[in-house]
Design a protein around this ligand. Structure first.
Ligand code: OAD
Length: 376
């Protein structure tokens, strides 16, 4: 897709008009449900570093390594309990981001969700099995690790019940360790995604990538399966970079808490939201456009843009502006002025003496209408 400028109105129109949306989902969409992600500062890998039972692991990622699991499943199950149950012992509930994906399906605009998440919250939110592909398996089923054991698979509720009474769930038939049907490092990826990917790439009209750092297979390469003329939107707390070899990067980045973003997108689509966003003065003059929502990690955006480049960056909703002269809010930006050389001075239309005073001391100030500086 040829990179170009996008306004928020165009982003909302694009999402609303798309009829065959493919969502690629990662751990970030479950964080507000109480399930930690993996690589953030409060993520699972940090948690693993601090757990006594995980001290022997050379690297936190080994918690999901099949060799380490077969050797000692205890660290994995300690962490699995934290993924499966909230601090109150109840199962986590779907987030607004999960509900947004389910609403796309209800509106018959969802082609497929490819999720790396094993928490099953897309399904709990109402996404049908047909639309859902678990790239790393799921906790819905578990089985004995012994290949010769003919015991039946456990359901998720049976596994949860076992986890409440046993440190390591064991097979009722042979006593072997029970392993959920999730893909560990060192195991082959589930093969049920290749077939649908082949068909979906012919039909997809919009790709939305949500809550993933794009570090792990297949998400790190999956973008290459989709035609490059299909628009790609990133919804994530941090600015993440697809591998240069597989993608030119996203067309649009909506950064912040996934729940806040989908809520704002829904408001924009229904015409309730403002289409204004304030230029954050972080960006460069080329696409993709980046919009910062509540919870966005602005520093990650700044660092990444310095390193890799990026588009113009806007803040949504635009922060309220106050006059540096009289201190009153410049509610209606009509007539308000700001200095577009220092970007530190905003004034209402009435405070001309304040502006003159500053211009005398610092003649380099250049006051322009705020409205002209705001991306709409
Ligand atoms: P990561 O933890 O690597 O990335 C989660 C992403 O979500 C990060 O970029 C965060 O900035 C972002 N994020 C966090 N909270 C968010 C929020 N509230 N709203 C929006 N974004 C948010 O998780 P994944 O990319 O999903 O693999 O990584 C998946 C794989 O890494 C797992 O399946 C697991 C692990 O190693 C295996 O076990 C094989």
């Amino acid at each position: 897709m040829v990179k170009r400028e996008w306004t928020l109105r165009e982003v909302a129109d694009l999402i609303q008009k798309s009829k065959r949306i493919v969502v690629l989902a990662g751990a970030g969409i479950s964080v507000s449900s109480g399930v930690p992600d993996f690589r953030s500062a409060n993520g699972i890998y940090k948690m693993v570093e601090d757990l006594e039972c995980c001290e022997s692991l050379p690297d936190p990622q080994c918690i999901f390594d099949i060799e380490y699991f077969l050797d000692d499943p205890k660290p994995f199950y300690e962490v699995a309990r934290k993924i499966l149950f909230s601090s109150t012992g109840a199962s986590p509930l779907p987030s607004k981001a999960h509900a947004f994906i389910a609403s796309l399906e209800r509106e018959k605009r969802l082609l497929r969700v490819y999720t790396q998440n094993i928490d099953g919250l897309e399904f709990a939110a109402g996404v049908s099995k047909n639309s859902l592909r678990y790239c790393h398996g799921s906790m819905e089923r578990a089985r004995c690790v012994s290949k010769s054991c003919k015991s039946k698979k456990l359901t998720r509720s049976q596994l949860e019940a076992a986890l409440k009474v046993e440190d390591i769930p064991s097979c009722a038939r042979c006593g072997g360790t029970i392993k959920p049907d999730i893909t560990f490092f060192g195991e082959k990826l589930v093969d049920n995604i290749g077939k649908t990917l082949t068909g979906d790439k012919q039909k997809v009209d919009l790709l939305i990538v949500m809550g993933t750092s794009l570090q792990v297979s297949p998400m790190d390469t999956i973008l290459q399966y989709f035609p490059s003329d299909v628009p790609q939107i990133l919804i994530n707390k941090t600015h993440v970079q697809p591998r240069k070899t597989v993608s030119e990067g996203f067309d649009i980045e909506l950064l912040g808490n996934a729940d806040a973003i989908v809520e704002a997108v829904e408001q924009l689509i229904s015409g309730e939201g403002t289409f204004e966003a304030k230029d954050a003065q972080l960006g460069h003059q080329f696409a993709p456009n980046i919009f910062l929502f509540e919870g966005a990690d602005e520093n990650s955006v700044r660092d990444s843009i310095n390193k890799h480049g990026g588009g113009d960056v806007y803040v949504y909703p635009p922060p309220a502006i106050t006059c540096d002269g009289c201190g009153k809010g410049i509610d209606n930006m009509e007539g308000g002025l700001m200095c577009n050389t220092c970007f530190g001075l905003d004034t209402c239309s009435l405070c001309s003496s304040f502006r003159s005073k500053h211009l005398k001391t610092y003649p380099t100030h250049k006051f322009v209408l705020i409205k002209e500086e705001v991306g709409v």
